[in-house]
Every structure is written in structure tokens, then in C-alpha cells.
Write a protein that binds this ligand. Structure first.
Ligand code: ATP
Length: 289
């Protein structure tokens, strides 16, 4: 069985407060894009889980989120058969695109199907939050409002039509670093999440892009100027808005024309500012198989 684990971008990202338990309460608008890892899974004779990946620096043992997700379901349903998985990564790692979370989501969906566990999407999502706050969203996919620690989801209608350019610099930023560089009491600009929801409903790309903000951006941009350089480059080349995704350092630009985006892809590649440059389609829930 072959599954696609798709990446996400955050069209808006606000951090509301730090809770007593140390987790942060967020308000984000999530969007799935057509950039994906491939997860191949099959039953095997011997019991246990085996996993291999195409990247030497991604763990292929119980530290991998794919492994954790599969194990959670296999333990709960006391599955005696073995499971063999191969993960081919294309989504940049530690990049703010929920790569690991999306891989885990694919493992949940795949194991449920392969062993005919009969869990509904909602039942999978309930379990998924134990692996990570973004994993339920990665099961649901599409355009959504995420609140709480990211697990309280409200599906939104599909975002207005546009073209997304991804530019990831050759640095890696952990979520921990992003929070360390966020001064919650000194945040100057926040996204207008409610206004963006209205714009999404009205299919108004121009109005939506004016309201986009990621509160992690200023702190990380100061530390890693290349993030700002990629953002400015995309906007100079016609992006309606370019912004860092999630906890960074990936930058995405939203264009209203495919031609402009394609020209920006070629130009950005030439600069060498970004290690990964990718033109990604927008993925909507209605397309789900
Ligand atoms: P998010 O957008 O949710 O913050 P991210 O892009 O910052 O995600 P990931 O790519 O999901 O981060 O992975 C971050 C770390 O998790 C990596 O350093 C890696 O060691 C570990 N990891 C565990 N499982 C995976 C996986 N399947 N793919 C990538 N990294 C994984």
C-alpha cells in the first residue's frame, strides 16, 4: 500500500499564551500543499515493525513518528502480524512544514486500512494527537483553523485559488528554537485570523494575503537573515505575500499567476539563497480519494 504524506503551510500563525502545563495555545490557519513524502507499507511474516528511510539523518527506529504511530495502533489492536514500512522523504526536515507529523498521519491511515481496523477518520484523529499536536490536522488535510495546541480543528472552505512557491534555506530550525526567539509580550503584529476566515469564505485572495502574519517570523529573521532575504526576493518577484511557515525556516510565497510564480522559481534558484525551491499546488479536501 502506498500513501502520500502531504506537507502544510501556515497561512496565519498566532501564539496566544503559554499554558501552565508548558504548552502554547495557538491560532493558526493551515493549508495542505502538494509536496509529499511517500510511505510504502506492507505486512511481513515476522512480527514487529521494520522501517527504512531514504535519508541517513532521519531516525528509522522507534524515534520516527511513523514508527510511533504504527506501534500505537498495533499495540491497541494487539496485531500479531509484522509490518514493513519504507519512507521516502521529499518534505524538508525540521522546516515548519509538518513533515514528520504528516508521515505519522499516513501511518495511521495506512495501518488502519492494511489491517482492516475499521476506525473512522475521527477515531484516528483522537489517537493521533498522542503522537503530536499537528498529526490530527495531517489526517484531515485541506484548509482548516487549528486552535488549542493545534489539535482543535475547524474545517474551512478551500482557500482562494493561488500558486505557492516554497523556498527553504539550508538551515534547520527546531520548534524549540522558534519559541526561544519569540517574545510573547512584545509581539507587534498578529494575523487577523477571523478576517482571513471571512476572506477564505469570500474567495478573496488579495484581501486574505494582506492579513497574513506569522508571529515567529521577526525573532527568527533577526537570528537568520536569509529568511528575510528569501521573503523579500519573492515579494520583489510578484508574490502577493511571502511569509515563513510554522516554526521555520521555510518561506512560502503566494502568487496570483502561474507565469509569475514560474519566473520566480527560476530566479530564486539562481540566487542560491534557498536549498530547496519548489512550486507546490494547493491541495483541497474535496480532492481526497
Ligand atoms: P513541524 O512543522 O510540525 O514543526 P518540522 O518540519 O519542524 O515539523 P519534522 O520534519 O517533522 O519537523 O521533524 C523534526 C525532527 O523530528 C527531525 O529532526 C527528526 O529527527 C524527527 N523525526 C521523527 N520522525 C520523523 C519523520 N518521519 N520525518 C522527519 N523527521 C522525523
Amino acid at each position: 500500500m502506498r500513501l502520500r504524506a502531504m506537507a502544510k503551510i501556515n497561512l496565519g500563525l498566532d501564539v496566544i499564551r503559554k499554558r501552565e502545563d508548558g504548552y502554547h495555545e495557538v491560532r493558526m490557519i493551515m493549508q495542505t500543499i502538494r509536496m509529499y513524502d511517500v510511505l510504502d507499507i506492507r505486512k511481513k511474516q515476522n512480527p514487529g515493525i521494520s522501517l527504512s528511510t531514504n535519508l541517513p539523518y532521519v531516525p528509522s527506529d522507534e524515534r520516527n513518528l511513523v514508527y510511533k504511530a504504527a506501534k500505537l495502533l498495533m499495540d491497541e489492536f494487539d496485531i500479531k502480524e509484522g509490518l514493513s514500512m519504507r519512507l521516502s522523504k521529499s518534505i524538508p526536515v525540521a522546516a515548519g512544514m509538518a513533515g514528520g507529523s504528516s508521515d505519522a498521519a499516513a501511518a495511521f491511515v495506512g495501518v488502519n486500512r492494511l489491517f482492516r481496523l475499521g476506525l473512522s477518520q475521527e477515531e484516528l484523529m483522537e489517537r493521533a494527537v498522542r503522537i503530536g499536536a499537528d498529526v490530527p490536522y495531517c489526517i484531515m488535510r485541506g484548509t482548516a483553523l487549528a486552535e488549542g495546541i493545534g489539535e482543535k480543528l475547524t474545517p474551512l472552505s478551500a482557500m482562494p485559488e493561488g500558486y505557492v512557491l516554497i523556498g527553504k534555506p539550508g538551515i534547520n530550525v527546531s520548534t524549540k528554537t522558534a519559541y526561544e526567539n519569540l517574545k510573547l509580550d512584545a509581539v507587534e503584529k498578529r494575523p487577523d485570523i477571523d478576517g482571513m476566515i471571512q476572506d477564505i469564505q469570500n474567495k478573496d485572495l488579495y484581501s486574505m494575503t494582506e492579513k497574513m502574519v506569522n508571529v515567529f517570523e521577526p525573532g527568527l529573521m533577526e537570528k537568520y537573515p536569509v529568511i528575510g532575504e528569501i521573503r523579500d526576493f519573492m515579494e520583489e518577484r510578484g508574490a502577493l505575500k511571502a511569509m515563513m511557515s510554522g516554526s521555520g525556516p521555510t518561506v512560502f510565497g503566494i502568487f496570483d499567476s502561474k507565469e509569475k510564480m514560474n519566473a520566480a522559481v527560476a530566479a530564486l534558484r539562481k540566487t542560491g539563497l534557498a536549498k530547496t525551491v519548489f512550486a507546490a499546488g494547493i491541495y483541497n479536501r474535496s480532492e481526497q480519494q
